[in-house]
Write a protein that binds this ligand. Structure first.
Ligand code: PLP
Length: 349
């Protein structure tokens, strides 16, 4: 089988959720961000496992994601939609009981006219300039919405992966200025903010990447292992070249394994000639370009012909691979392709 296998450790995700939950006091509820199909790993399966473990608040990017998640979770858990209530979302939000985080006066008006009495939250912008109402707009809108019991008021930190960044305290102060004294549950922090300490926790936290084993949650348990099947192994004499544009030329006789996966599976072309795959504990350098469906790897030094080589696993997590590719672990995970066979490990803990 030339299909690569992506092993997803649900027990590790649950352990990460519990570890993050333990960082805040009992007055703070730990939610779970499962947008972008749980960062590429499978929101239905992961959402159900988290709900069984006790998560009651889930966050997605769009109403469509919320609709799919509701099918998986059934009634009960709250599903918050970061993009709020867009034109065309009304039926999904109403029928499936989603909670839009209203981002503007326009969205407030749309929601109150289309779905009066239906749950909603409010998103404030405290300096990131991306999503949510700023102070002046909020002051105008607050008298309208506060009487209707918003489920949550939230904002998002721009620099929380850097604990020393002065932006964190500035946004915290702005959030408090905009929300202190209101009788509404508050949420400011994703994974990074959760790690900044108690004054950032408020009533609800919203970790995403930390659940999936990524930085800035350094103590996270690794979650993914991606094993690529070896399709063919050949001897390449010194002087011959490998792959597109002859990008690699053998200086000595070597043995090259061709594995099944490529940039169409989210393994970025920038990994060509730079990344390392692993045969168990032994590193094997990628040689030549990354093709759409294939990668070539120098396995001259291996005692035996490998059946598979790992590009993500115990020796190389998403953040390590991201360093090589010049990106972040989030992008490595969310790029993981649709062609992988996703295998879930659950119930072994
Ligand atoms: C993606 C996102 C999160 C989760 O962020 P992580 O850094 O993955 O923990 C939380 N809140 C909002 C608004 C987001 O967009």
């Amino acid at each position: 089988m030339a299909q690569a296998s992506l092993r997803i450790d649900i027990d590790a995700i649950l352990a990460n959720w519990r570890a993050l939950d333990a960082l805040s006091g009992t007055a703070t509820e730990t939610g779970a961000v499962v947008k972008a199909n749980s960062y590429g790993l499978g929101a239905a399966r992961i959402g159900r496992a988290l709900a069984r473990a006790g998560a009651r608040k889930f966050f997605v990017a769009s109403a469509e994601e919320g609709a799919a998640l509701r099918q998986a979770l059934g009634e009960g858990p709250e599903i918050f939609v970061f993009s709020g209530h867009m034109a065309g979302d009304t039926e999904m939000i109403g029928d499936l009981g989603l909670t839009p985080m209203l981002n503007s006066l326009d969205q407030v008006t749309r929601h109150f006219e289309a779905l009066p009495g239906c749950p909603f939250g409010v998103q404030l912008d405290t300096g990131m300039n991306r999503l949510g109402m700023e102070s002046a707009e909020w002051q105008a809108v607050a008298p309208i919405v506060l009487g209707s019991e918003p489920r949550l008021i939230m904002s998002h930190l721009a620099c929380s992966d850097d604990p020393e960044h002065p932006m964190n305290a500035r946004q915290l102060a702005e959030f408090r200025y905009m929300t202190d004294g209101l009788d509404v549950p508050r949420s400011l922090s994703a994974t990074g903010g959760l790690l900044l300490g108690p004054e950032y926790h408020f009533d609800v936290t919203r970790p995403g990447i930390g659940l999936y084993g990524g930085l800035p949650f350094e103590r996270a348990r690794p979650v993914v292992q991606l094993s690529l099947p070896v399709v063919q192994i050949r001897e390449v004499p010194a002087g011959e070249t490998v792959g597109y544009s002859n990008a690699f030329e053998a200086e000595t006789d070597c043995r090259i394994a061709t594995v099944s996966a490529g940039y169409a599976d989210g393994l970025h072309r920038t990994l060509g000639g730079r990344a390392t795959l692993w045969a168990g504990d032994i590193p094997c350098p990628v040689v030549g370009r990354i093709s759409m469906d294939l990668i070539t790897v120098d396995v001259s030094h291996l005692p035996e012909a490998p059946k598979t080589l790992d590009i993500l696993g115990p020796h190389q997590g998403p953040d390590d691979l991201a360093d090589v590719a010049g990106t972040i672990g989030y992008e490595i995970l969310t790029s993981l392709g649709a062609r992988y066979q996703r295998q879930y490990v659950e119930g072994t803990a």
